[in-house]
Design a protein around this ligand. Structure first.
Ligand code: KG4
Ligand code: ZN
Length: 343
């Protein structure tokens, strides 16, 4: 059985490589962030990102092998994120992974980035009990996923418009906060009053029993984003700390309420967080309180496991290899690939 997996992640602006043993033991995890390159543009510039991945790919892979104490021939398989993400960025990681698999004569495994985020928790807590609901909140996606077993999952609901991270980034950008917006709002919100302004909580203000099935576990953040921007436009002297604290509270309220509903609907034994927004301090605190209140086992990965990394890609790759076998080398980058539902 393939045990040592080299994972490669280049779906957005992090060039990452990791060596993971049997989907459990992280032997190394190297993440090279391009934040400084994109900061002056206020967001990720796809062309700049793919060129930086090209420069960083080989040194990052080399560092992951050296710090894992692994020689190239010991690697049993190479897994890479093939989507969703920025196509130029994905292509760099996918091409590197395929080349290494050919040169080393080991299997290549195509990994879905969202599936990788689901597997981040298992690296830190391998014995999580099923059925499990994962609240996956990143810059590009916001969804609730029911995991009934390894490789068996279904999307319960997702965002109808903006992802939660996108809303954080856009509000921060409007307010002139530094890039990336999520961590900047997280830090500034501590100084503000979360109840200063009552911003809208879309799709949670009704009684769930009377809501249409397809809206119960769906999310919507674009109305909230517009409402915050209009409020600040009409009240230029308002306290920025109060605005971001109240905005963050509205996002967190929505996410935590929907996760609670999902646990009740599915009878899940556990609730897990995943994705970059799961690094948010207020979300982590409120999510934990909610799990304790309803008596469901919580799991909140460390912050570095929430944001993009290649250890989660290697872990998901190990499971994909056990379940589906290796991927053909003609699998390409798929920028719009959704979470493969496998129930
Ligand atoms: O999962 P991720 O690293 O990349 C994607 O797959 O999108 O998530 C990045 C997103 C960004 O929108 C970023 O602003 C947000 O996660 N984020 C946060 C925090 N840290 C990262 N949002 C709120 N609070 C944070 N502490
Ligand atoms: Zn991600």
């Amino acid at each position: 059985m393939s045990n040592l997996i080299l994972g490669i992640e280049t779906s957005c602006d992090e060039t990452a490589a990791a060596v993971v043993e049997g989907a459990q033991t992280v032997r190394s995890s190297v993440v090279s962030s391009q934040i400084d390159l994109h900061a002056r543009f206020g967001g990720v510039v796809p062309e700049v990102a793919s060129r930086a991945h090209l420069d960083l790919m080989i040194p990052v892979v080399a560092e992951s092998l050296v710090s894992a104490g692994v020689e190239a021939p010991e690697v049993d398989a190479v897994a890479a994120t093939t989507g969703p993400g920025l196509v130029g960025s994905l292509l760099v990681g996918v091409t590197a992974a395929k080349s290494l698999s050919l040169v080393w004569d080991v299997p290549f495994v195509s990994v879905n980035h969202l599936e990788a985020h689901l597997y981040a928790s298992f690296l830190e807590e391998p014995d999580l009990e099923f059925p499990l609901v994962v609240l996956l909140v990143s810059g590009g996606h916001t969804m609730l996923v029911l995991m009934e077993g390894h490789g068996r999952y279904r999307v319960l609901g997702s965002t109808l418009d903006d992802a939660a991270g996108e809303a954080f980034d856009k509000v921060a950008r409007y307010l002139g906060l530094e890039y990336p917006g999520g961590p900047a709002i997280d830090a500034l919100a501590v100084e503000g009053d979360p109840n200063a302004f009552n911003y809208p909580r879309s799709l949670v203000q009704e009684n769930p029993d009377t809501m249409a099935e397809d809206r119960k576990l769906a999310f919507s953040f674009s109305g909230l984003k517009t409402s915050v921007i209009n409020h600040v436009r009409n009240n230029p002297d308002v306290s920025t700390a109060d605005v971001v604290a109240s905005f963050q509270e509205a996002v967190v309220d929505t996410l935590v309420t929907k996760a609670k509903w999902a646990a009740a609907i599915t009878g899940a034994k556990g609730l897990c967080l995943g994705g970059g927004v799961a690094a948010n301090s207020r979300l982590r605190e409120r999510f934990l309180d909610m799990c304790i209140e309803i008596g469901v086992q919580p799991f909140i990965p460390s912050r570095s496991m929430c944001t993009d990394n290649a250890a989660m890609v290697a872990a998901a790759g190990w499971w994909c290899l056990q379940i589906d076998g290796s991927s053909p080398l003609n699998v390409g980058a798929n920028p719009n690939w959704g979470l493969p539902e496998r129930i």
